[in-house]
Design a protein around this ligand. Sequence first.
Ligand code: ZN
Length: 491
Amino acid sequence: MNFYNILFSLTSVLLFLVADYLIFGTIFQKEIFLLFLLILCASYMHRYSLFVFLITIFLFSFVGYLFYSYYGRSITINDIVLFTRHTTETFDTFFDRRAVFLKAFVVSGLFFAAMIFAFATLGKKLKKHRMGKLALISVIFIILGGNFKNYSVFLLASSLKDYALIEKEAPYQTNFFSDIEALKEGEANIILVIGESLRYSKMRLFGYEKDTTPGLDRLKNKENFIYKPCISYATSTDVSVPLLLNPIENPKQLRNIRLFSRNLFRLAKKNGYRTYFISSQSQRVIKYMKKFIGMRFIDVFKTCEDMSDGCKFGMMDGKLLEEFKSMDLNKKSFVVLQMSGQHSPYRYYPEEFGRFSEDVLGRYDNSVLYTDYVISEIIKYIENFAKRPTVFIFTSDHGEMLGEKSRWGHNCFEKEVYSVPFVFYTKNLEDKALKEIENAHFMTHYNISELILYYLGYSSSFSPKLTDIYVNGTMITGEDGYIKLENVIID
Ligand SMILES: [Zn+2]
């Protein structure tokens, strides 16, 4: 190895680290060695291939920093898989945040400049070689892959496995659930409203300082109205929503989900219910989870394409309210409404709900104000017009990081992401489950889905289980991990 090549690589890496520190106030230690190897191999290239290489590295680092500025962590192969699932939405989120873009652009630009500087200083003395060295170093890098978990071939393998498992069945699973039979008729209509990216701590109902939930606050002293913090099934929509509709406690249960033995739509239909799934999100956004919700057991299925022109990713949730009011609820019904709610970039609210500021946090609050309007109107409608016994449940699929630890978005195991609201109301129905819920310190998504199973007539009693709670990640196979919460403290 040539002394100048090593000097070139070291200088570039050092300048890069300075840029890192200046912009992000931190140094990404894990990547240093990788970066050194990459630059070292680049230093053996001839001028033109080096230029192409630098542009490529510039683009990669730009994407990496863009990701870091928003999510507060390094990009992983799994994120790339997620990106392929939600490409346009991701762009929509990033384009909305110019500052994030700028930061990423500046730091990768500085890196680019550092390399050019180092090259200009030492360029002539560098030992040039054909691309052979690049291949050699790439091989070393791949072998070392396990140490660079974020880039590791092993993680790529699990991501691909996730894809494959969705099509096939999970081989490691042995405890298959068998079909279950109803114990009683299931008398109540069940209305489950699934919010989007809503953290309970951003609701006045739960003590937030801003007045984001005037509608629910007016209802909170009503009889049979209960609200509790809740732990979500997962950190992403794609996993939370299917699990809410297939009550399963433990992670890595894809086979059982695919069997639909505990699918709520299937069991509802089996017990004489008419079933609805109405989503204000688009077909494109929900395409991954659609495979697991039990499409063939849904009588009325609508997405935003069916309810509005110009639907791109989602629409204002007021349409869900209209849809709900137009349903014939004199028939025994199981209704699931999926909201657009607080989906980034937090713009799903009409102008008149823009009561808080127009910056990103203000827009989040505005969208909570609108969600509050929609769900409190649904509850009022049930209160005034429901003739049948009716159970109303509201929760959110997951929460959202809003700048805590410099992180935004979800898909990570943070309390802001798995702490969601639970709002419960019943009409024309007195039953013992209510007391159980009232006495619980908090609820979990698993408990919600078990509660629905109870109201559908499949269990004789309900009591929430509040220990050893699992929170899944972004893959329904559990391949990207899950966490177990042993003692949950909710303040
Ligand atoms: Zn979501």
